[in-house]
Design a protein around this ligand. Sequence first.
Ligand code: PLP
Length: 359
Amino acid sequence: RAFNFNAGPSALPLEVLQKAQAELVDFQGTGMSVMELSHRSATFEAVHNEAIARLRKLFEIPENYEVLFLQGGASLQFTMIPMNFLQEGKKASYIQTGAWSEKAFKEAKFFGTPVEAASTKENNYKNIPAIENINIDPEAAYVHLTSNNTIFGTQWKTFPTTGDIPLIADMSSDILSKKVDVSNFSMIYAGAQKNLGPSGVTVVIARKDLLEKANTNIPTMLQYATHVKNNSLYNTPPTFGIYMLGEVLKWVEEQGGLDVIEKRNEEKAAYIYDVIDNSNGFYYGHATEDSRSLMNITFRVADEELEKKFLAEAKEAGFVGLNGHRSVGGCRASAYNSVPVEACKALADFMVKFQQDNQ
Ligand code: PLP
């Protein structure tokens, strides 16, 4: 197996892939693949409902929240959120911490007036704003934030509380990497392709009282109400993706749940950040220390020529996906849940050796 540090789609647990392989042509004695089952069959419905139940249990989702499996990626949520919850002439507060927040903001302009509650753009998104620097518009229909900034490598450590104003979070790149108090949010959404499974499924966790306020005067597929009413089975769902999501959730349970996963993620990221911090400036991180992401570790090799050499040699050595996002450059190691400790340790060792050989 490659040392896969891709930012998304990213590594999946080997055990899950092996199970899927074993079940591929005959799922539970049906004589067919899970992909060939009718989405209306009892067998598939059990897969679907079990995945929802597992997510509810693992992420400790309270009863007054719906769990939806949608399509269109987190990017369609950028649109559906304002389409459902923001009316023309009304404002919504957006906390700008990176490229994905900007994209969410842009979509809101089609429906109402997004306003910036804070932005760290001037600092090239190196940090998460301090809670006291966030100015939420008291009339905002909701507040939107991105919990982990995949491209810049920053992550919220504590979230703001927004009182009666619904807080909505894009958790695409750190959902299920640690425990989160779901009740602090009115809605959480995430494309599955990083910590949850393959691409194609988008998880939406939303409080029922927020969903009740959603606009119903919009196209059917774009109404949350449609998917709530139909248990996310209004149209043909991405059945294989939902099956895989269920298997990944089972894997997380088998690892010991989110406490174990969080500790492991801390340990993994520490291997790499420690090398950066002890390199005497040979490597430097993009994110400020207090905002560092455990999921996406963004760094540079101080010497630009050496950085090219580093990336080429790392690729040669079997490390995949270390090039930074095209908009930022440099290097990025994405260490999502499924990336094993050994991969991070191997990368840390490689970085130390590269510095020794090239200093
Ligand atoms: N939000 C974040 C934080 C992301 O990292 C990504 C993709 O990498 C997206 C949104 C977009 O997700 P999708 O490709 O599922 O639309």
